[in-house]
Write a protein that binds this ligand. Structure first.
Ligand code: 8YV
Length: 319
């Protein structure tokens, strides 16, 4: 029987699907990863690893894994994995594409609407008993309809956001490594360079993976190109936007507001500098966090692991 290391406590009904195929070694905690020394020991004789986005494996850990064939990663983004080392060591990687497109696009739009209509601030206003009268601009935000939406990263999730923008009669610009004809045909999205997108969009949604090319893609220089009325949403990865520069831009009203689901170093606490600002809205990396989507993601990982055990073609390989 093959052996799998499950790096976090995953739901029992999901894990049990692996029981006919694997001897299972499961770390007993869900939110805290196992110590690296423990992982270094466990990984030595396992055939597969099931990990989450918060896990990473250094080259010296991977080198100890003499039988490891597959790392199944709970997430579509896999910047946590050292793909170059995995390739060198003939370890395959699998992820969870497509099943989270709707949930993540919904969250991106939720952040945009929450930021544009100042939902958290307005809720705080009631909670603090400040709703005592009426003024014309009380609680006022900005319209989404008929505005220009700039999407950075026109992959599957970007396209799902573009689809939603039709309901808001928005004009869509996008920037991507390559042109996406489907997005152009189906959703009327117009390709442009990054600076044009930044300067012409009313709202900018980041949905590109974190890579060497996209790390610090948005610094003060790019923030200064945006309209003072612009809203910046990041539903992709922390590290794409420089958080210190974003703080300056929001504080000095170089842009109007920002809504982020992802941060450079997660989890963040309430002491995070961006949370001290009135024009910043945050969620705790919940892009794919619906019960339906999380179940579907787990199922994809399980399918990949079972295929390995059965010696069948492995679905959702990264390379
Ligand atoms: C996960 C994600 O929550 O799919 C992704 O890329 O960021 C999220 O769906 C994350 O990977 C935790 O495992």
């Amino acid at each position: 029987m093959k052996k799998v290391f499950i790096t976090r406590k995953m739901p029992e009904q999901m894990v049990q699907q692996l029981a006919p195929y694997y001897e299972m070694i499961q770390w007993h905690e869900v939110s805290t990863p196992a110590p690296s020394q423990y992982i270094g020991e466990v990984i030595k004789d396992v055939d597969a690893v099931w990990c989450v986005g918060g896990d990473s494996f250094a080259i010296d850990t991977l080198s100890k894994a003499k039988q490891l064939k597959l790392i199944a990663n709970f997430g579509v983004g896999y910047n946590n994995l050292d793909i170059d080392s995995m390739k060198k060591l003939n370890i395959l990687g699998a992820n969870t594409p497509n099943v989270l497109n709707d949930a993540t696009a919904d969250l991106a739009f939720t952040l945009l609407l929450s930021t544009a209509r100042r939902i958290p601030q307005n809720m705080k206003y009631i909670e603090q008993n400040q709703w005592t009268g009426w003024e014309p601009y009380q609680g006022a935000g900005v319209d989404l309809s008929n505005k220009t939406l700039g999407i950075i990263g026109m992959g599957k999730i970007g396209q799902t956001v573009a689809k939603r923008s039709i309901g808001f009669d928005m004009n869509v610009l996008y920037h991507n490594r390559k042109r996406n004809e489907e997005a152009e045909k189906k959703y009327g999205a117009t390709y442009c360079d990054l600076n044009t997108l930044l300067s012409q969009s009313d709202f900018i949604i980041i949905l590109t993976p974190l890579t060497n090319e996209t790390r610090n893609l948005i610094t003060l220089e790019q923030l200064k190109l945006m309209k003072p009325s612009a809203i910046l949403i990041n539903a992709a990865r922390g590290g794409i936007v420089n958080e210190d520069d974003l703080y300056i831009a929001l504080k000095e009203n170089l842009i109007w507001a920002a809504g982020f689901d992802v941060f450079e170093s997660e989890p963040i606490s309430n002491a995070h500098h961006l949370l001290q600002l009135d024009n910043f809205v945050a969620t705790p990396h919940i892009g794919s966090a619906t019960i339906d989507t999380r179940n579907a993601m787990m199922q994809l990982n399980i399918n990949s692991l079972i295929a390995l055990a059965k010696n069948e073609p492995i679905p959702n390989l990264i390379y």
